[in-house]
Each structure stands twice: as structure tokens, then as C-alpha cells.
Design a protein around this ligand. Structure first.
Ligand SMILES: *Cc1c(COP(=O)(O)O)cnc(C)c1O
Length: 433
């Protein structure tokens, strides 16, 4: 399978190039040259198949021409070492819990899959591959844990000193092995600028092989579609798949975009709702047909604080830029911090289901938008304990920290302090190998 760029000015790439490079030469995002429809028989029996089996069939449609079946199966099985259940919240509304992975957030599946596919493509190479990733919290932990212990790859996580919550920080500072945490005396933008500089530095790139684990990478973004096939299968078992609405709390729109791909492959989703926090660029596009990026604003659902969602380019390309077609598949919703608070409180009271601030946007959008005869699941993208202080403040009860999260917090933290000066990072990396 070949991969083209959404900007249309870069040569077609093969899968290895798309995965190792991430972004096309013209700064566009890679798209598969074909979205294969899965056979009717697959959808008829999907409710009898396991998560791993479903994911393997989906992965084969995108990666099967380039990765032998037994290798792909191993990558899929190794990635999905945890479940992704639906939980009933109320009549006809279910939560698809994407937070049962190692860092308790949905980015785990993409990060784990990408780590294994990258390893598959570089296993013959003798030189270590170095992943540089800047994080404001969640991405760093998902990438670090996804790559933990993967041979031949070393990960450097750059994070802003004092700007990442203690729970998030321990998820990448206590791992050891092939994961190194670099504490930058600056803000997130400084970390991002340092990583950019490093990728452009010819001398450094001659010294060590560098790559990114950006969320726009096809190996991180496409595997998220597994979630939707599995969510559908579970709703089908419950007899609730006839007019199924899927609601995705969205920031960079990678997750919902993978769900739209699933629909193009034949998954019978009735319609989609993109739930936003106050960052309403996509919502405004749906209303007006104009896409106007703006600076992001801070909200309680901070992993969705995005003012120029990178995967908009993919959605636009998927529907050939036609606004009416986009609107026929997706509707939008904007949920303010005040409504997030109110929703967490009322859902806890009425249903005994504890939402995190991101899932709260999803639940709210579904609850306000579900029509007669429809049933729905929304994605609960993070475990509420990851936002312990916020959630406890809202419900007035304490939130238990799951054992996996508590284990990180007991580990010994190791981090290397660096200034925000590029020369310091460069000297450090040059001295490493
Ligand atoms: C990253 C993230 C999102 C947003 O997902 P996108 O793919 O960027 O739209 C939502 N919730 C949580 C908890 C996240 O970490």
C-alpha cells in the first residue's frame, strides 16, 4: 500500500517511510491510497470475535501488504494486552472505556502499536533509533510506556519543569531502561522548540538516528480504529447496534478520524458527534463552512486544548473538502468548564458513573443530542483518577487511585535537568553515545 500526503506535493511513500518519517516532505499528513471495505461476513459475525481478532482483521486492511500476517498478529496481540469494555451509564448510553492501558488513557494503543511497528521496520539495523518527544503531560507517558523495553529504540522525553502534574511526571520518570526523562527549565513550547531544533541539526543527525513519535504518525493514529470495531461488536451483543451514534471527545481529532476511517471500511455507525471543550474551531467549521484556527484556551479537559487540530486535514481530505458531506457524518458540541463540572456531578449522582473531564464532554454531547430510536457510546478517554484533584473537588468524595497508577508513584524518579538552551541539549545528546 502506498501513502499520499494531504498537501499533494510530496511523492507517494511506502509504509516504512511513512512510519519512520511521520510527516511528508510537504508537511502534509499521510493518507492510505485505499481504504478497503471489510466483507459483510465480518460484520455479521463481529460480535463473536475477540478484540485481538477484530483488530488483526482491521490492521491487515492497512498494513497487511507490507507486514507478514504472523508478524502483524504478534504486533496486534502485544499491543492489545488489555481490554476496552463498554460500561452502561444509563438507558441507551454507554461509555467505551479506552483507559485500561498502562497509562490509563486512550493514547496507549497508538503508542504501543507504533513502537512495535517501528521496531519491526528497523530490527535489521545496527544503530539505535532515538525517539525525541516533547510533552505537556499525557503524550510523554503514553509514548514512554509504549516504547518501554522495545529493543533498539531509546526514548527521550522532554518535559517542562514544574508544569506537569506529579501523577503524570512519575509515568515517565520512573521507568528506567530505554526511557530517559529530560526536565527542561522552561515551558512546553520551549520543549517543542528544542525537539524541532534537534531534528534540523545536521551534525546531531549524523551522530545519532533521530525520529519523532508524533500523534499524526499513521502507526499511532490508525490503530485507534480498533476501538470502534470493538465498541460496535459489544453494542451488537447488547442488541443496541442498529442506529448507533458514536461520540468522541476531540482535541487534535486523531481519535475521531480513525473512527471515520472505520465507517469507510464498512462499520455501520449511524452518525458521529465530535465533542469539544471551549476550543471550538471544528464546531465553528461545521456551523459556517470556514476553518479558522485560533490560539488554544485552557480548560479542565486539557488534553483537548487545541486551537488548530492537526487531523482536520485528514477529515477534509477524506470527504474531498465538501462541507455538506462532513456535516452529514459528524455533528459538533461545545462543552464549557462550568458544564463539565455540572455533568461530572450530575452523572455521578444519577448514575453512579464517575466521568473524567474529557469523557464528561462526550457524555454531555450525547445526552443533549441523542434522538429517539438511537443508542450510543461515547469514548471515556482517561481514567478519572488521572484528574484526581479536579474530580474530587467536583463530587466531594475521594477518588481511589488504581494500583497501576499507584505503582508508578512508588517508583524511583530519575530525570536530567537541562536549560532551555539548545546547545545544552545538543551537548548532552552528543555525549550520550
Ligand atoms: C489526546 C486526548 C484526547 C483528544 O484526542 P485527539 O485524538 O487529539 O482528538 C481526549 N482525551 C484524552 C484523555 C486525551 O489524552
Amino acid at each position: 500500500m502506498k501513502w499520499y500526503s494531504t498537501n499533494g506535493k510530496a511523492p507517494l511513500a511506502d509504509l516504512k517511510k511513512a512510519v519512520v518519517k511521520g510527516l511528508a516532505e510537504d508537511k502534509g499528513l499521510y493518507m492510505p491510497s485505499e481504504i478497503k471495505k471489510l466483507p459483510t461476513e465480518f460484520f455479521d459475525t463481529i460480535d463473536t470475535l475477540s478484540f485481538q481478532e477484530i483488530a488483526f482483521r482491521v490492521a491487515s486492511a492497512f498494513f497487511g501488504e507490507d507486514v507478514p500476517a504472523e508478524d502483524l498478529r504478534a504486533i496486534v496481540n502485544d499491543t492489545l494486552a488489555f481490554d476496552c469494555p463498554v460500561a452502561k451509564v444509563e438507558e441507551n448510553i454507554y461509555a467505551l472505556e479506552l483507559f485500561h492501558g498502562p497509562t490509563l488513557a486512550f493514547k496507549d494503543v497508538g503508542a504501543r502499536f507504533m513502537a512495535r511497528l517501528l521496531r519491526y521496520f528497523t530490527k535489521e539495523e545496527k544503530q539505535t533509533l532515538n525517539v525525541l518527544v516533547a510533552t505537556s503531560g499525557d503524550t510523554g507517558s503514553a509514548v514512554a510506556n509504549g516504547f518501554l523495553g522495545v529493543e533498539g529504540i531509546h526514548v527521550y522525553v522532554l518535559f517542562p519543569k514544574g508544569k506537569v502534574s506529579p501523577i503524570q511526571e512519575c509515568q515517565f520518570t520512573t521507568l528506567g531502561k530505554n526511557i530517559t526523562a529530560l526536565e527542561i527549565d522552561g515551558v512546553f513550547d520551549d520543549c517543542q522548540a528544542l525537539v524541532k531544533n534537534a531534528f534540523m541539526d545536521a551534525e546531531l543527525n549524523a551522530h545519532m538516528r533521530l525520529t519523532s513519535a508524533n500523534s499524526i504518525n499513521v502507526a499511532r493514529f490508525l490503530p485507534q480504529s480498533f476501538y470502534y470495531f470493538w465498541g460496535y461488536a459489544q453494542m451488537k451483543r447488547l442488541g443496541l447496534a442498529d442506529k448507533l451514534v458514536v461520540c468522541v471527545p476531540s482535541g487534535n481529532f486523531g481519535n475521531i478520524c480513525s473512527a471515520l476511517f472505520a465507517q469507510q471500511m464498512g462499520l455501520p455507525i449511524h452518525r458521529f458527534i465530535a465533542a469539544n471543550n471551549r476550543n471550538d474551531v471544528f464546531y465553528n467549521y461545521l456551523q459556517t463552512g470556514r476553518y479558522t484556527p485560533k490560539a488554544s484556551v485552557q480548560t479542565l479537559a486539557n488534553a483537548m486544548d487545541v486551537g488548530d487540530p492537526s487531523n482536520f486535514a485528514r477529515i477534509y481530505d477524506l470527504y474531498k473538502g465538501d462541507h455538506a458531506t462532513v456535516c452529514s457524518h459528524i455533528s459538533g458540541a461545545v462543552v464549557t468548564d462550568e458544564v463539565i463540572r455540572e455533568t461530572i456531578r450530575s452523572c455521578w449522582k444519577a448514575n453512579g458513573y464517575l466521568l473524567d473531564p474529557h469523557g464528561a464532554c462526550g457524555y454531555r454531547a450525547v445526552k443533549d443530542g441523542l434522538k429517539d430510536g438511537e443508542s450510543a457510546f461515547f469514548c471515556e478517554t482517561a481514567h478519572p483518577a488521572k484528574f484526581k484533584d479536579t474530580v474530587e473537588g467536583i463530587i466531594g468524595n475521594s477518588v481511589e487511585i488504581p494500583a497501576r497508577l499507584a505503582a508508578f508513584m512508588k517508583g524511583k524518579a530519575e530525570k536530567t535537568p537541562l536549560s532551555k538552551n539548545y546547545e545544552d541539549l545538543k551537548n548532552y545528546l552528543m555525549s550520550r553515545i
